[in-house]
Write a protein that binds this ligand. Sequence first.
Ligand SMILES: *Cc1c(COP(=O)(O)O)cnc(C)c1O
Length: 350
Amino acid sequence: MAKAFDLTQWTRPEMLALAPYTSARDTFNAITGKYTFLDANENPNASAVNRYPDPNQLALKKKIGALRACSVNQLLIGNGSDEILDLLFRAFCTPNKDNVILMPPTYGMYAVLANINGVGIKEVPLTADFQLKTDEILAAVDSNTKAIFFCSPNNPSGNVFKTSDITALLNGFDGLVVIDEAYIDFTDRLGWLSQLDNYPNLVVTQTLSKAFGLAGLRLGIAIAHPSIIKLLHTIKPPYNINTLSQQQAIEVLSDIEKVNRQIAALLAERNRVAAYLNELDWVETVFPSDANFLLIRVDDANKRYDALLAQKVVVRNRSKQTNCENTLRISIGTPVENNELMAACNTISL
Ligand SMILES: *Cc1c(COP(=O)(O)O)cnc(C)c1O
C-alpha cells in the first residue's frame, strides 16, 4: 500500500498561495494548426530561435517518459539538476527555519543550495565504507526537517547505497526523500523509479549530463508524484529550457542504442583503468564503482595530484571531504585519455 503524504503540509505556505506567471506560450501551447501568433512580442523574422521555447517541453518529456517508463505529468525538466534541486529547496524549505539532512561525502551542490536558500543543514556522515547510517539519519530528523538529499550511485565514492537502507529512510521519514540518480545508467543495480507509486514523498532526480553526454546543454530531470511535479512547475521560470537544448536532447534520445554503446565502452574502460590502478604501489585502494569515475585512496593525495598535474592530467583531489582522506577522484575518459592517465601514472614512483 502506498505511503500517505499530505503535500500541503510539507509545502512552504507562500508557495501554495502562489499565482504563477502565465506566459503567452502557456496559453497557446495546446493549439496546433495555422495561427498567426502576435501574442508574445517576439521578433517576427524567422530564424531557428526567434520564438520562445515550449515552457512545458512536451516533446522532450515524451521522449524521456518513453525511456524511463513514466508519464509526462511525473516529469519536470530543469536547467541542469542544479535548477531542479534549487526548486525543491524553494518549494519546501522556509528560509531561516527549516533544515535538510545531508550525508557527506556527497555532491557539493546540496549544501551550496541549502546555504543560498537560508536552509539549515544537518550532517550525518556515511560509514567508512560509504553506506548510510540509517538510524542516525532518522534520529537527526526534527519538526523542521523537510528533506533528505543523497546520490546513489554516490559522488564521490561511486557506490550504490544498500536497498534496505534506502527503504528504511523512505518508510521512516515522512518528508521528501530526494534520490539523485545522476549516475544510474552506469550501474546494473535497480534505480528507484519503480517505487514512486509506493512513496509519494520520493523525488528521483536524473540528468542528461553524464551518460547522455549533454553536460553543456544543462538538462536535469525530476521524476516524482504528479502533485509534486505540478508544484515545482508553478515556481520554475517559464522558459527555463531553451529551444536548442530541447531540440538537441530529442535528437540524442532518438538514438538510445548509440548512448548504450558509449556506456558499455566506458564501463570496459573503467575496468581497464581500475585494474591498472590496483597494481600501483602508491595506490592503496580502488573503491568499487557503479559510476563513470573511480575514487582511489593513495599514500599522499596532494603529492600524487601535483605529480599528475605536472604531467598535464587533471583529476579531483577529494581529500578534504568526510572519510575521504588521501583520495583522488578520476573520471573515466576516452581510451586515449585513459592511456594518457596511465602514462602519467607510470612516471610517478614511490
Ligand atoms: C554530475 C552530477 C549531477 C549533474 O548535475 P547537472 O546540473 O544536471 O549537470 C547531479 N548530481 C550529482 C551527484 C552529480 O555528480
